[in-house]
Design a protein around this ligand. Structure first.
Ligand code: CP
Ligand code: NVA
Length: 306
């Protein structure tokens, strides 16, 4: 059976931990993965911009011996109204896998339903599983199993990245404190999925509208843009999010040793100040680098079943 990766709950907690181990092995050169995609053709079908996800996946595919194709939705017959299900069935006859970045999560689910090849979510309006898997790896690389003891705070908009953190916290049994303004909370569906998993794994997920409560004594403070791709700037949202900016004042509530994370791209002066961004930039760009290693492990897992 084909193995999709559309949301984090499609892997078990055991598989999730073994993916972290596999990523470490691949990053440190202890696992020969050169032939994992030998002779395989994998496409990236994107309808939104991307720097990290696109480049890291293309390099991952090539380093695993596969051949990658970048397909822009605007250049396919989809643009002229061809059915999703027909596109999925067509591409399944040529390719061995497809990595999709699109706006509508339900569109991606429909694509997956009709495709007979693995489908990987490279970001939708609802979730960004490759990002959070990689971010948890970045913490695992530094703290090992101790990541379960950390206080992780997500501060900002309740968007796709925030939704996926909820599931990631449940999957790995982490302590996650999420602070969003009223009216900009994450999806209740993802919250429930995260809480259901947390019951099994021993994780804790708290939601608050007070950023200081989330950040107080935190080991990690994570943020993302206030206006995601396809969101229009809106003054009401901007003003509601202002107290959630990750700046020196907010970080003074966190532990001295706090680490700041950002999935990027960042909008400095909005969700994070330039000063804070630069102070933690070395960790942020390690986070960026790890997208490559984690995605190689993910492809290894999907195509070699390990
Ligand atoms: N973090 C992330 O997914 O970046 P891109 O939008 O550049 O791919
Ligand atoms: N929430 C952001 C994440 C970008 C990686 C967006 O969807 O634009």
């Amino acid at each position: 059976m084909k193995r999709d990766f559309i949301d984090l709950w499609q892997i078990t907690p055991e598989e999730a931990w073994s993916l972290l181990e596999l990523t470490l092995d691949i990053k440190e050169g202890d696992r020969d993965a050169r032939d994992v995609l030998k002779g395989k053709h994998v496409a990236l079908l994107f309808s939104k911009p991307s720097t990290r996800t696109r480049v890291s996946f293309e390099i991952a595919i090539n380093q695993l011996g596969g051949i990658s194709y970048f397909l822009q939705e605007s250049q396919l017959q989809l643009q002229r109204g061809e059915d999703v299900k027909d596109t999925a069935r067509t591409l399944s006859r040529y390719l061995d896998g497809v990595i999709i970045r699109t706006s509508s999560h339900t569109w991606l689910e429909e694509f997956s339903q009709y495709s007979t090849i693995p489908v990987i979510n490279a970001l939708t309006d609802k979730s960004h599983p490759c990002q959070i898997l990689s971010d948890v790896f970045t913490l695992y690389e530094k703290f090992g199993k101790g990541i379960r003891e950390l206080k992780i705070a997500y501060v900002g908009d309740g968007n796709n990245v925030c939704n996926t953190w909820l599931v990631g916290a449940g999957l790995f049994g982490l302590n996650l404190y999420v602070a969003n303004p009223e009216g900009y909370e994450p999806s209740s569906y993802y919250l429930q999925a995260g809480r259901d998993l947390a019951e099994m794994t021993g994780g804790n997920i708290y939601l608050t509208t007070n950023p200081k409560d989330a950040v107080r004594d935190a080991d990690v403070v994570y943020t993302d843009v206030w206006f995601s791709m396809n969101d229009h700037h809106d003054d009401e949202k901007y003003n509601a999010l202002k107290p959630f900016q990750v700046n020196e004042e907010l970080l003074s509530y966190a532990k001295e040793s706090v680490l700041v994370m950002h999935c990027l791209p960042a909008k400095k002066g909005q969700e994070i100040t330039e000063e804070v961004f630069e102070k933690y930039s070395s960790f942020i760009f390690t986070q960026t680098e790890n997208r490559l290693h984690t995605q190689k492990a993910l492809l290894y897992f999907i195509y070699q079943g390990k």
